[in-house]
Ligand binder design. Structure first.
Ligand SMILES: C[S@@+](CC[C@H](N)C(=O)[O-])C[C@H]1O[C@@H](n2cnc3c(N)ncnc32)[C@H](O)[C@@H]1O
Length: 251
């Protein structure tokens, strides 16, 4: 997968409006509500630039973050240093640790980056291997009913930082036979001081998932679903709910 390379350097600027503190308060409430085990150790799959993990470390959890993109991991390691925190590059389909965790997280659509049943099975199998009994797996993904109801559209995002102006065009193409959306990003960065424009492209291939598919991945790998709810609001998911949180227990 050739993504989150150049894109990594603009990732935090692109998502500056994302409220990581609110998200981690929400995740902590889910852990407190649903974890039968006292939660000490957390694994963050697809941790990106490490913002969720850093906030959890601050709250006293011991946390490891893993991400396929070396560029994202380098940024996480550079930006966040804490005794409870470590980051490493690796693939969530086949990572291996000599320890188990009380909670595994995978936040902000990381699971949707796994686009085949084979890859999704690898992840669920691997998560089960690394969880303690009654450990919980919390992830969110693109929710099939909403993607089909609100067709992905072309979107443009513009932002300005001290030394650059960025425009990102996102052009989606949906493949209903595979439950996949190719999001073709075109990014233009104007360096304000040096007055030149750089541009690059990245294609993010995203899988949207339906309840019955998720139930199957869970039951095949020794999990039970505790709750599926709208990301952050906790409302019951419907055909308008683009992002759904799944809380699952290893049985
Ligand atoms: C939208 S970002 C989310 C990052 C972070 N969780 C956040 O909330 O800011 C998706 C991340 O998933 C990572 N990713 C995608 N597929 C992966 C895989 N197979 N193994 C590890 N990381 C993966 C990407 O490199 C990227 O950092």
């Amino acid at each position: 997968m050739n993504v989150f390379q150049k894109y990594a350097f603009y990732y935090d600027a692109l998502y500056a409006d994302k409220n990581y503190q609110e998200e981690i308060d929400y995740i902590q409430k889910l852990i407190q509500k649903y974890s039968k085990n006292l939660c000490n150790n957390i694994l963050d799959l697809g941790c990106g630039t490490g913002k969720h993990a850093a906030l959890l470390a601050k709250k006293g959890y011991k946390i490891k973050g893993i991400d396929l993109s070396k560029q994202m991991i380098n940024l996480a390691q550079k930006n966040f240093k804490h005794k409870n925190l470590s980051f490493m590059s690796g693939d969530i389909r086949d990572f291996k640790f000599n320890q188990n965790f009380d909670v595994v997280l995978s936040l902000f659509h990381v699971i949707s980056y796994l686009t085949t049943d084979k890859d999704l099975t690898k992840v669920f199998t691997n998560v089960a291997k690394h969880l303690n009994k009654y450990g919980i797996f919390i992830f969110d993904c693109w929710y099939g009913p909403a993607v089909l109801d609100n067709k992905p559209e072309i979107r443009i995002k513009r932002l300005q930082k001290n030394n650059f102006k960025l425009t990102r065009i996102a052009e989606p193409k949906t493949y209903r036979d595979k439950n996949i959306v190719d999001v073709n990003y075109q990014i233009f960065i104007k360096n304000i001081k040096k007055n030149f424009i750089e541009d690059f492209e990245e294609k993010h291939v995203m899988r949207y998932l339906f309840n019955n598919e998720i139930q199957k991945f869970l039951s095949d790998n020794g999990f039970k679903l505790i709750v599926a709810e709208e990301w952050l609001s906790g409302k019951k998911p419907n055909e308008k709910t683009w992002s759904v949180t799944f809380v699952c227990e290893k049985i």
